[in-house]
Design a protein around this ligand. Structure first.
Ligand SMILES: Nc1nc2c(ncn2[C@@H]2O[C@H](COP(=O)(O)OP(=O)(O)OP(=O)(O)O)[C@@H](O)[C@H]2O)c(=O)[nH]1
Length: 205
């Protein structure tokens, strides 16, 4: 409140994607509002900033790992560190899309949870002529993996990136809220469990 000591809620975000999905471009777009085409970073990068989301002051830390030579070996420790995940693929590279379930499985396994705040981000929507993954496929996969979904172009606009990150912050905050406020969360858990049970039944019989 006014004059009172404000509490900043820390939210840690890990940006993941297999290949040239635009992870660094997305982080830079979020922080600077600008699109910078090429980088050559070999090290991990941490971006810090703050936002006010639903009257909560959030202290945001975004980690971008270099994935040029495949996924880093110590990925699990980064996953443990993070509260929420931006999972990127490029609509122009089918392989970046088919790698998503593997990344999400590793996240779920490492977090020991069915519900991990995650936004699946389909990037490079400006390259419509080179499209290899439809929007419907993206939406379906997100539903399957219990993620939120958005399609955007980091190159084209800052607004989609801002919206995707805010969406993720909301998912994280919703999960951190005390139980009585978590009706939607409980419903998600129930749906996920039902789906899982249905699936294992189908597999057994
Ligand atoms: N057309 C288009 N190109 C994009 C977009 N976003 C990123 N790119 C390009 O895609 C390439 C990869 O972007 P990066 O941000 O370096 O990708 P990255 O995921 O960080 O890749 P790693 O460094 O391997 O982790 C670069 O050439 C970017 O300019 C987009 O929305 N549209």
């Amino acid at each position: 409140g006014a004059g009172g000591a404000s509490t900043m809620l820390p939210v840690k975000v890990l940006v993941l994607g297999a290949g040239d999905t635009g992870k660094t471009a997305l982080c830079v777009r979020f922080i600077t509002k600008r699109f910078i085409g090429e980088y050559d970073h070999k090290r991990e990068m941490t971006y810090r900033c703050s936002r006010t989301v639903d009257h909560e002051d959030v202290d945001l830390e975004i980690l971008d790992l270099p994935c040029k030579d495949g996924v880093p070996a110590s990925l699990e420790s980064y996953i443990c560190w993070a509260d929420g995940f931006l999972l990127l693929y490029s609509i122009t590279q089918r392989l970046t899309f088919t790698e998503v379930p593997r990344l999400k499985a590793l996240i779920d396994k490492t977090k020991h949870s069915l519900i991990v705040p995650t936004v699946l981000v389909a990037n490079k929507a400006d390259l419509e002529v080179g499209r290899k993954v439809t929007t419907e496929e993206g939406g379906r996969l997100a539903k399957d993996l219990r993620c939120s979904f958005t399609e955007l172009s980091v190159a084209e606009a800052a607004s989609g990136v801002e919206a995707a990150v805010l969406q993720l912050i909301r998912l994280v905050l919703d999960q951190q809220r005390p139980l009585p406020d978590r009706r939607s969360y409980m419903l998600t858990v129930r749906h996920a469990l039902t789906r899982k049970l249905t699936r294992s039944k189908t597999m057994q019989w």
